[in-house]
Design a protein around this ligand. Sequence first.
Ligand code: NAP
Ligand code: HSE
Length: 430
Amino acid sequence: MERINIAILGLGTVGSGVVKGFEKHRSKMENTIGKEIAISRILVQNLHKKRNVSIPIDLLTTSIEDIFAQPDLSIVIEAMGGLAPTYDYVKRAIEHGCHVITANKALIANYGSELTQLAHDKGVHFLFEASVGAAIPVIHSLQHFLCVNDVKKIYGIINGTTNYILTNMLEQENSFENILSEAQDLGYAETDPTADVDGYDALYKLAILSKLCFDITPDLSLIPRQGIRDVTLEELKLAKQLGYSLKLIATAENVNQQVSLRVSPMLIPTDHPLANVNGVLNAVSVESDLAGELTFFGSGAGEFPTGSAVLGDLFYLLRNINSIPQTTVRSLPCEPKYSEQSSLTRLIFLRVPEKEATVQFTKLLQVLKKKKVTILEATQQAASEGFAAIGIKVQSLHADTVEEIQLHTNCPLSIRTLLVSQEEPVLAAV
Ligand code: NAP
Ligand code: HSE
């Protein structure tokens, strides 16, 4: 029987999930394509590391030359992460005539267009379903089922680690550091978790989605990006009291062929579906002309959810191994827009001692009116345990106004953007 040889680069969280899932479902794939499929070599850094997957030791190597020296190597699965030396290895694999499957969002965000073109020129597949949303089949859906649509907006929660942290800080009343350490133990976080908590991982994924939806290759350094490092338990509790969840949201919205991109913590009304996407779950919403609004959600990180996406790509590839991959041409050319919009809807919120609440509330409203800020809604909640919560929803808030508001309050205040459409009408001026 003909045999298809696969090499895997990396045997950490993702590589282990791929190997375990492959062994479980191997016969199904072999029976479907009528060929033997074998993992013939695995590249690692440390041959003596204890693994959570049983693998014959002689399959492991620390030399990339051993990988390419294998006869009849057809498929390379990249689960190493990072850009160097990964980019060189992946490029070399494609030039070697191998199909490549990768989970590496940093690689795709930085070199995806180049590697996709190279793969196309070489007549091999370059697949990356696992790079966004792990188990959620969003990449394939955009490339195939939604490819005829014009996408207006794509947004969502696309980093499992930060969603796990924000959810569990609140649920367990625990610190950022402790919950981050849990997320690392569970295999959700990147090798350097800065990529998660400072929003880079979500930024890479947003760039990948934007390429698929709008055919743009945004300059990553120009996309407004804010992580969750400054979010406190007190802020999460106060947001909840006022009827919001705080989530790290990535959004790309097309207005007249200008695509505004952004990654930042955003407030979501608790009755919105994304507000209840908790823990390691991710959710991606797509608004498009024919399909309307679709929301995909599921496990956004971890060994098996990511293994599922990689193996989904593998099975797709095995069934389409002789077809030449095509890229989709979008009808309306778009370009990225990077400026922060002052027109975003924001919530100014703070917790004040009960006896100061009315004075603070009035003072804040006066400053905002003097600065001609559009006030959409203002709430002063009944006090509990001696403190009242104040929330003022505004539009067109400029930096100098923020400074002045801070001068007029003696309590720490938070200002966060709300997840609403740019075109949402002003509700009412107070
Ligand atoms: P990981 O647990 O740190 O595993 C990385 C693996 O790559 C390890 O086996 C390591 O070898 C090997 N490796 C790293 N650098 C190497 C080098 N220079 N030469 C040879 N081997 C090398 O990482 P991971 O969480 O599996 O993530 C892998 C990739 O998948 C990343 O791009 C990540 O962004 C992406 N991803 C991760 C998840 C997730 O939930 N973790 C989900 C989706 C996508 P040793 O074991 O010998 O150290
Ligand atoms: N570190 C990533 C996350 C892994 O937490 O979402 C999945 O891409």
